[in-house]
Structure formats: structure tokens, C-alpha cells
Design a protein. Structure first.
Lengths: 336, 275, 259
């Protein structure tokens, strides 16, 4: 078995163990028997509607764990694709401006009070924002196939959307409840997410992961530059359009259901590339698996605290120093 | 827990001459200054910009147009007040400017329960040299409260949680006092939470309270219905037995007479359920 | 002999300052056949790289035609074309620190499915390509640990791994010392003898004279012809704006135990 396969298998095992623990632990008095019973009843559509243990397991924890796995995979997988596309290990999937575009439309919805119609409104609005940002990026990519132009366009789009979001908040400065809701959404959270969110997110994220899978050969070809990629039969312009679409599906889907989560898409692919090399055939799927495991661990830890901490804060709080440490370790190794 | 800080800046306060022009920057004071009577009202030259916002204020439409709604230090100073009512959430810059200029301020701090209401009204009345009016106002509050206490007294004591997008009110909060007055147990306080804290939906579901109190604007029935259907929440006793209670935010987060409205609505819902 | 890559009345232009274009090359015709060893020489900026890119089908010619098996090379399906034409750019660096084997395996890209799964054929071709440039021992070394000469050989292997029979090399000996340069050229020579078409651009006139049969000159004294007729003092003087004459030059060869 190759090193990549061994790693993948280990990460899958870790993720499954974490998932089982995540469903078992938390507030309330839920035993393993309750967990098994609730999942069994849920699978055959017989969950007890008025039973809080069943509700904890089947309505909250199981879909949440699956959603965390999906979002972690989306962000880290999207990060691997973004870094491959821009040939830059410091590229984060947010550089395309997708998450900020999603955030802007979602915040606009919060300002107008649209979210009161139901918990599905904000995710749908965020998805619309992500799709609109993607449309603008693709229109730009058709005009110029230069990756730097695309990168700068993404940064500019993100800055515009970020400023527009701040502007909306400033205009509604007298509404402190709005400020709280916006900040809470921007911090990223899996609180109260359930099957609806999972189903909604699985479509774009599933498509994004599939598309990323078909991109690995062409991302490899891009490793030596646009001209070499073209001489190897991979049209850079086409790869770029497909990669941007994949990242938008992944990040847009993740942001829509969980808000903005930082650093995962930057650190996880970086670590995987450091340990397993730069071949995207291993990098993209193992980054996705690793992102799922890391986010699940972070989310489970935040659930154990008495105060509900947003996981996005933890990913950034732990991710940034971890990233710094990795960079220093790599620098040390190069010097040796 | 109740404490009031009366900050007197600049010249030593001499109430009889220095409270002719009052500016309020706190919704609580906007409401209470009005209810301290016509004589006090006539000395108010400015109320807070949120005074007319139905989402936060019970004083909307009360203050006539000639009374200004100053926002920011410059606008306040322009009114040449000799007393400005502030709170810890008034911007630090504004407070610093007022202090520098030497305008007397009354800073109302501590918002932890009914005792703070009484203390703040008393302090406000004292600062305006209207101690009698303050006393009457507090007595009115206590009278209404006592009436409801006896009306809603009961042995069953169901549990209630105040929930705003994850934030719950524990012990030492206005909600704790309101819930107790209406004959409820404040579940978050019982769980050891003091003050306001953010908890997970899972925690709320695990508490499984009989009543969950949420804020609404003018769509309270719709909010109750939507909230009762949320994942996890739907299984709680509150959702199953009509115990989701949406109360307009201006009452629910009021620190004035609006609190009595919370007691009344909570108590009535329990009385309805008992029938 | 059958022509494989046929260049007919080809012109290549670049956008000039202001409006309009500046022609780098006009009226170039040549048949690039199996076994051919063709050098492209000319002053810097004359269009050597542009010509190689046009031959590789990366840019269309401004006029005339470049055909591969009677079809314009630019119209070929990129992956099918990549299986026929290998291209070694002047400078290319992987952005991530990959191993030599991983880099060489990139040459297999035109043969892979979308999921980039390498089968036994691909592994064998990768190993064979490394062996061909005498770099089998470098397979597991990371790019950052390789010397300039080793990198160039790995890049050459990357081009060979695609099994393409038309090889376009842009300055393959650039930045290499005389020994490494010679070994790279010996490798090209072997490839040509085994039926590949080798076209290389170079600044080194001695190198071009020694390792090519035909020369394409680009610049003031442009033209195509056998190496002996093209690399003569008169034409070099015109091409590079220098005085040129025959003299003595040191000649390098492999050591007996080498190669």
C-alpha cells in the first residue's frame, strides 16, 4: 500500500471514530444505547417526535456531524484546488471572493429581515451570493486566461463585497440585534443545523468534489506553468474555468450553511503537500479527508464547552499559529 | 448586585440650579423621564435616537418634536444640557467629551434585575430633584408587580428559558426576576448560568423546558410557529405543548415598565395552559 | 522520407509598438522528419522561442501553415497533439517541492484519464525516461535538492516520458557547464538516431554546428539549410552583427568511462 493510501485510510478511521464520539458526547444524558436506538429509528423513519434524546441524536447531532464532515472536506479540498490553480501554497479558497460574496448577500437578507421566514433563508441567500460571484469570475476568466488577473479580480471582488457588508452594517448601526446576528453568522457555526442544511449543502459540495476529482490531472499539468500545461494537452483557460467553478461550488456550499470558516482551506492542503508531495491525485482527496477530520475535531471540542464557541474562531485561532509553526519547520528543514 | 454610580463631573452638583436642561442617551431614561410627570418632562431637551424605535422602546410617540434626538457628543453639547443621562454602553468618546467640557452626567450602571430598576428610577428622580415623583413611580411598579405575583402564584412552577439566537438569561438578570414573578423557574439560572451566556441548541434541548421565551417584532404568532418547528427544538416539551412564547423585543429586553408586560404575558400563557 | 511536421511559407509576428505588427519570421519552409537534428539560431529576441511555440501548436502562425500529418498543428486535439509533440521550455519550475519521479510522470499526462491514475505502462515509461537521461538514481530526490544539471536532465526526461517522437527543445543547455551540456546533447543525438525528430534552439553556435544536420537562422540573415552551409562566417557576421572567422576551438568529448 502506498503512503498516500495508508494516510487516507488512517484519516478515514480517525474521522469515523471522531464522528461516533461526536454523536455520543454533548449536553443531556444520551447513552450509546440511546444513540444506536435513535439512529436505528431515524433510518427507518420511526423517530420519536417528542423524545429529546432522539431529537439530540437524530435531529441535531447526526446531521451536524455529517455537515461538519462535508464542510471540512469542501474547504480543504477547495483549498487544494485553489493552491494548484494559482500555483501558490499561500492561496486560500477565500482569495476568489466567493465567501465574502456569499456573506454580503446573506447580511443583506439579515438587514431586510428576510431570515425571519425560516432557517433556510440565509443559506439560500448566501448561495445566491456565491453564484453571483462565480458568474462575475467566469465572465472575467473568459476575457483573460491569466491566473494573476483572476487572482487579483477575486481579491478585488472580495474587498468590494467585504466593504459593502461593512457599509450595510454601518447603515443599520442602531440595530444592535442585527449586529449580533451578522457577527454570529460571519463567525461561522454549525448550531442548530439539521437535515435540511445537510441536503442543501450536499448538492453543491458533492458536485464540487466530483469536479475537483476530475481536475487532478490538469492541476498536475499546471505545476510547470501555463505553456507546459498546454503542451501536455491541458488548456489553461479551460482548467481555470473548471477549477473556479469547483472552488465556488465547494466554498459557496460550505459558506451558505456554516458561515465563514477561516484557515482550514489554507493549512490542511499545505500540511498534506508537505507530508505527501504535490501530486493532486493524492493531495485533493486527502486534503478533503483531512479537512473533514480537523473540522470535526474542532466542532466537537467547541460543543463540549459550557459556552457555545463558534468553530470558525477556533480554526483561525489554532490554524494561524499551526501554520506559522509549519512554515518555520519547513524553513529549518531547507537549511539543513 | 444592584449598584448605581452617580458620576458628578466638573463643578460640584447643586441640584436646584443645574437641572434645567436634561438630555437622555438611554432608552430606559427616555421612558422614565416621561413618566416622572409634566414638570420633569418640561426640563427634558433631548432623548436618545432610539426613543421612537418600536423595536427597543416603549416611549415611541411620547416625546413631541421640539425635544431633540441628539446622536453623538457634538449634538448633545449643542443642546447646552446641564445633565446628561448615560450608561456604560454610551460610547466612551461621548462620555469623555462630556467630562472634559464639565457637563454633569448621571451614568446608570448595573442592569441585573428589578432592584436595579428601582435604584435607577430613584437616582434619576434624585438627580432631577423630583424625589417624590420617583417614589410614586417605584410604588406604581411594585404595586403592579405585587398584583401579578398574587394573581400568578401557583404550586406547579414550570421551567422557562429566555432564548435569543443562542443567548440565554441566567440568574441575576431581569428575565430571572420576571420569570419568578410570573411563577416560573428560570431554567438557565438553575443550570448555574449567571448573567447572559451563549449556549448550544443541544443544551436547550437537553434542558427540555416547558416554556421557551423568544423575541419578536410584530410577527409574534409567526415566530412562535417557525421556532417550534426548528430541528431539535421541535421535540422539546415547550414546542410539543404550546410553550413557545414570543414576546415583543421592546418588552422582553426592557429594563423599565416593559418588564411588567413580560410578567403579564408569561403569567397569562401559564394560566391559559392550566385551563 | 515522409515529412511529419511540415512548415510552409510560415510567418510569425508579434504586436509592435503603436498599431500593427512586427514580423519576426517570414516565408519559412522546412520539413521536420524522423531522425532530423535541427538547430534554431539567431540573436536574442529574434523569435527562436516563438517559432518553437508555433511548432508545438501553442500559438498559430501569422501566415502560412504548420501541419502535422497534413492537419494544421494548431487544430489538433491538445491531448492527441501532446502525444506526438514534446516541448521543453527554456525555464520551468514546479511550484511545489515534488520528487524527480513525480515531475517526470507529468510527461504521461496526455495518456492519463481524468483521475490521473498511473498504470504499469506509465510507471515503465517514467522509469525508462529517467534511465534515458541517465537520471535513474534521482527518482526519489526532491526538486529543491537537485543541481542545475540534474534539473535539466529531469526536465528532459519529463518530455521523453510522453513518448512523443517530435521533440522541441528551447535552450536545452542554457546555464549548464560544458560537461552537462555535452551529455544533454549526446542524449538528443541518441534520440534522433532512434528515429525521433529533434529541434533545438540555442545561443551556442559551436553546439549547433556540432549537434545538428540542418540550421534555421532567424534574424537579419535568416534562412534554412544544411549546417555546413549555414554556419559560415559571412552569415554569422550578418546574423549577430559581429566579425566572424574560422579559428581554433577546444573540443570536448565524453570521458572513456562516461556514457
Amino acid at each position: 500500500m502506498s503512503r498516500a493510501r495508508r494516510t487516507a485510510l488512517a484519516v478515514v478511521v480517525v474521522t469515523l471514530v471522531l464522528a461516533a464520539l461526536a454523536i455520543r458526547v454533548g449536553p443531556g444524558d444520551v447513552s450509546w444505547a440511546d444513540v444506536v436506538g435513535a439512529i436505528g429509528r431515524g433510518l427507518v423513519g420511526q423517530q420519536r417526535l417528542a423524545d429529546v434524546d432522539d431529537a439530540q441524536v437524530w435531529a441535531l447531532r447526526v446531521p451536524r456531524v455529517m455537515l461538519v464532515i462535508l464542510v471540512g472536506a469542501a474547504l480543504a479540498g477547495g483549498g487544494a484546488v485553489t493552491q494548484g490553480l494559482f500555483r501558490n501554497p499561500l492561496a486560500d479558497p477565500s482569495v476568489l471572493g466567493i465567501s465574502l460574496g456569499a456573506a454580503f448577500v446573506a447580511v443583506l437578507g439579515l438587514l431586510l429581515g428576510l431570515d425571519r421566514a425560516g432557517i433556510w433563508v440565509t443559506p439560500v441567500l448566501a448561495a445566491i451570493g456565491a453564484a453571483a460571484t462565480l458568474a462575475i469570475l467566469l465572465a472575467l476568466a473568459t476575457r483573460s486566461s491569466d491566473a494573476t488577473t483572476l487572482l487579483l479580480a477575486g481579491v478585488a471582488l472580495g474587498a468590494t463585497c467585504g466593504a459593502a457588508t461593512t457599509c450595510v452594517l454601518a447603515l443599520a448601526g442602531d440595530r444592535h440585534d442585527l449586529g449580533i446576528r451578522v457577527v454570529r453568522w460571519l463567525m461561522g457555526s454549525f448550531e442548530g443545523r439539521s437535515w435540511g442544511h445537510l441536503l442543501g449543502a450536499s448538492i453543491p459540495i458533492g458536485l464540487g468534489l466530483l469536479l475537483s476529482g476530475t481536475l487532478v490531472r490538469d492541476l498536475d499539468a499546471l505545476a510547470l506553468g501555463d505553456d507546459v500545461a498546454a503542451s501536455l494537452g491541458a488548456s489553461p483557460a479551460r482548467v481555470q474555468r473548471r477549477a473556479v467553478t469547483a472552488v465556488a461550488l465547494l466554498v459557496g456550499g460550505a459558506t451558505a450553511v456554516a458561515g465563514v470558516l477561516g484557515f482550514l482551506g489554507l493549512v490542511v492542503p499545505h500540511v498534506v503537500r508537505w507530508r505527501l508531495g504535490g501530486g493532486h491525485r493524492a493531495l485533493v482527496p486527502i486534503s478533503a479527508l483531512g479537512g473533514a477530520a480537523v473540522l470535526l475535531a474542532v466542532d466537537t471540542v467547541t460543543r463540549l464547552g459550557a459556552t457555545a464557541l463558534p468553530p470558525g474562531v477556533i480554526t483561525s485561532l489554532l490554524g494561524a499559529p499551526a501554520f506559522l509553526w509549519i512554515l518555520l519547520a519547513q524553513a529549518r528543514r531547507r537549511e539543513e | 448586585m444592584a449598584f448605581v454610580v452617580l458620576v458628578a463631573c466638573g463643578a460640584a452638583p447643586s441640584p436646584r440650579t443645574s437641572t434645567a436642561r436634561v438630555v437622555s442617551q438611554v432608552v430606559f431614561a427616555d421612558e422614565e423621564l416621561w413618566h416622572l410627570g409634566p414638570e420633569v418632562r418640561s426640563r427634558v431637551v433631548g432623548v436618545s435616537p432610539m426613543a421612537d424605535d418600536p423595536r427597543y422602546s416603549d416611549a415611541q410617540g411620547l416625546w413631541p418634536d421640539p425635544v431633540a434626538r441628539p446622536a453623538g457628543a457634538e449634538a448633545i453639547v449643542a443642546l447646552a444640557p446641564d445633565l446628561v443621562v448615560t450608561a456604560e454602553f454610551t460610547s466612551a468618546e461621548t462620555r469623555a467629551v462630556l467630562e472634559q467640557i464639565g457637563i454633569r452626567t448621571l451614568q446608570l450602571d448595573g442592569w441585573n434585575g428589578f432592584d436595579d430598576y428601582r435604584a435607577h428610577v430613584t437616582a434619576l428622580a434624585a438627580a432631577l430633584d423630583a424625589t417624590d415623583a420617583g417614589g410614586r413611580r417605584v410604588a406604581e411598579f411594585d404595586g403592579a408587580l405585587a398584583a401579578m405575583r398574587s394573581q400568578f402564584a401557583g404550586s406547579d412552577q414550570p421551567g422557562a428559558v429566555s432564548w435569543q439566537e443562542g443567548s440565554v438569561a441566567g440568574s441575576g438578570t431581569f428575565f430571572a426576576d420576571a420569570a419568578a414573578a410570573a411563577g416560573f423557574v428560570n431554567v438557565a439560572g438553575q443550570a448555574g448560568i449567571h448573567g447572559h451566556r451563549t449556549v448550544a441548541v443541544e443544551t436547550l434541548v437537553a434542558w427540555n423546558p416547558e416554556y421557551i421565551v423568544i423575541p419578536c417584532d410584530d410577527d409574534c404568532t409567526e415566530r412562535e410557529r417557525e421556532f417550534a418547528g426548528r430541528p431539535g427544538i421541535a421535540a422539546t416539551r415547550a414546542a410539543q405543548r404550546g410553550g413557545i412564547v414570543a414576546i415583543p423585543a421592546r418588552h422582553l429586553y426592557s429594563v423599565g415598565f416593559g418588564m411588567l408586560e413580560v410578567v403579564r404575558q408569561l403569567g397569562n400563557r401559564r394560566a391559559e395552559a392550566q385551563q | 522520407m515522409t515529412a511529419v511536421l511540415r512548415v510552409r511559407e510560415c510567418g510569425l509576428a508579434v504586436p509592435a509598438a503603436g498599431s500593427g505588427t512586427r514580423w519576426l519570421i517570414r516565408g519559412l519552409s522546412i520539413d521536420l522528419t524522423p531522425g532530423a537534428r535541427v538547430a534554431i539560431i539567431g540573436p536574442s529576441g529574434a523569435g527562436k522561442t516563438t517559432l518553437l511555440r508555433a511548432l508545438a501548436g501553442l500559438v498559430p502562425p501569422g501566415e502560412g501553415s504548420i501541419t502535422l500529418d497534413e492537419r494544421p498543428v494548431i487544430d489538433w486535439d491538445p491531448r492527441a497533439r501532446a502525444r506526438r509533440i514534446g516541448w521543453l521550455p527554456q525555464r520551468a519550475e514546479p511550484w511545489a517541492d515534488v520528487t524527480a519521479a513525480e515531475l517526470v510522470a507529468l510527461g504521461r499526462t496526455p495518456h492519463l484519464g481524468a483521475l490521473a491514475r498511473h498504470d504499469q505502462t506509465d510507471h515503465a515509461a517514467t522509469r525508462a525516461a529517467l534511465a534515458q537521461v541517465d537520471a535513474g538514481g534521482l527518482a526519489m530526490r526532491r526538486w529543491s535538492t537537485l543541481s542545475g544539471g540534474e534539473r535539466q536532465r529531469v526536465m528532459l526526461a519529463r518530455m521523453l516520458a510522453s513518448d512523443a517522437r517530435i521533440l522541441l527543445l528551447d535552450e536545452p543547455t542554457n546555464a549548464l557547464d560544458v560537461g552537462h551540456a555535452m551529455r544533454v546533447m549526446q542524449c538528443c543525438d541518441r534520440l534522433a538516431r532512434s528515429g525521433n525528430t529533434v529541434v533545438f534552439a540555442t545561443h551556442d553556435i559551436q553546439l549547433a554546428r556540432r549537434w545538428s544536420d540542418r540550421v534555421i537562422c532567424i534574424g537579419a540573415g535568416s534562412g534554412v539549410g544544411p549546417t555546413d552551409e549555414m554556419i559560415v562566417p559571412e552569415r554569422m557576421a550578418e546574423l549577430f552583427d559581429v566579425q566572424a572567422h574560422w579559428g581554433q576551438a577546444m573540443v570536448f568529448d565524453s570521458t572513456p568511462e562516461g556514457d
